[in-house]
Design a protein around this ligand. Structure first.
Ligand code: NAP
Length: 290
């Protein structure tokens, strides 16, 4: 991606943000990690902030991501994920920068039995999903040039995520119970960053879905992690009702990624990406201990 102007990354310290920064830097793109001191999605965003940064594009990896916490704080979550995104689109339009934004499978109702297409009607099941849906509408109504990439079940070699949590629990316990009645598509932040930036570089615009290849239940995902880590712990299936949580979870949230796959080719399967994330996490731990 050869650009004279830099690309600004919001939420650069988050799980996906770190992968986006790595990818951009590996391609020699000038990258601006923009912190809350410059853009706080929950606060006022000066309309000229993107112009002042001189960014050609803004990759927004910042969001309120506490799904359960949003149930008791929907206004705060919406201020960041909805109204904050609306303010950001305005600054991007003024600055002539393309906005790459991320959304979620949780904007859908979870009741489908076939993969959700990009045009499927939004009907979120929980407060977080509603707040992200407000952000999507803000993009659609804005004058900015935008790409919105919906994704699901994010994981990577860093950050708080299912793969690292299960790997740790498998090392600590003899048995784990994991829900088997929710099905979705895992997405490694590494692959998501690569594919989202590839869409940007190709000049694609509008709504896309991007996940790893394949699908599974959380139980199937955990069993695979146990295999890769050679754990002897038992991984037993259970129902969602065994772990009551404040926010409702969709039973089925498989995203149809065909538009992205037609543009970029098929994604790597979640088996391959999960193996790579676990390998990278182990190497990072070994490096720290050396
Ligand atoms: N995680 C998933 O499974 C998942 C699934 C589907 C979609 N997504 C979407 O993918 C994107 C990335 O998620 P992630 O899991 O990488 O997020 P994450 O690790 O929780 O990171 C979120 C980032 O947002 C920043 N942030 C939070 N509130 C902010 C505010 N008011 N102003 C500016 N920055 C703020 C955080 O900064 P601090 O570190 O300073 O708090 C952090 O850097 C989000 O849009 C999320 O909705 C995630």
């Amino acid at each position: 991606m050869a650009l004279e102007q830099p690309i600004a990354v919001l939420g650069a310290g988050g799980m996906l943000g770190r992968a986006v920064v790595r990818r951009l830097e590996s391609e020699g793109v000038r990258t601006l990690a923009v912190g809350r001191d410059t853009i706080d999605l929950a606060g006022r965003i000066p309309e000229t902030v993107i112009t002042d940064l001189g960014a050609a594009a803004v990759v927004n990896c910042a969001a309120w991501t506490d799904v359960d916490g949003a149930e008791a704080a929907e206004d705060e979550a919406t201020a960041v994920n909805g109204e904050g995104v609306a303010r950001l689109t305005k600054a991007c339009a003024v600055g002539g920068a393309t906005l790459v934004h991320f959304s979620t499978d949780y904007v859908f109702d979870g009741l489908s039995t076939t993969p959700y297409t990009t045009g499927h009607p939004r009907a979120p099941l929980n407060a977080y999903g509603r707040s992200k849906a407000v952000g999507e509408r803000a993009l659609e109504e804005s004058d900015a040039d935008w790409i919105c990439v919906r994704t699901s079940w994010l994981y990577g070699a860093w950050g708080k995520n299912f793969v690292l949590t299960i790997a740790r629990l498998l090392a600590e316990r003899d048995e784990l119970k994991v829900v088997s009645d929710q099905v979705g598509r895992p997405s490694s932040v590494r692959q998501l960053a690569d594919r989202s930036l590839a869409l940007l570089a190709r000049g694609e615009r509008g709504m896309f879905h991007s996940t790893d290849g394949g699908e599974c239940s959380w139980h199937g995902f955990a069993k695979f992690i146990a295999g890769v880590t050679r754990s002897n712990a038992r991984v037993e299936p259970c129902g969602t009702d065994a772990f009551p949580r404040p926010a409702k979870r969709p039973p089925y949230s498989v995203l149809d990624t065909s538009a992205t796959d037609e543009a970029l080719g098929d994604p790597a399967h979640w088996h391959e990406e999960t193996r790579a994330a676990l390998r990278d996490a182990t190497e990072a731990t070994e490096d720290r201990q050396a």
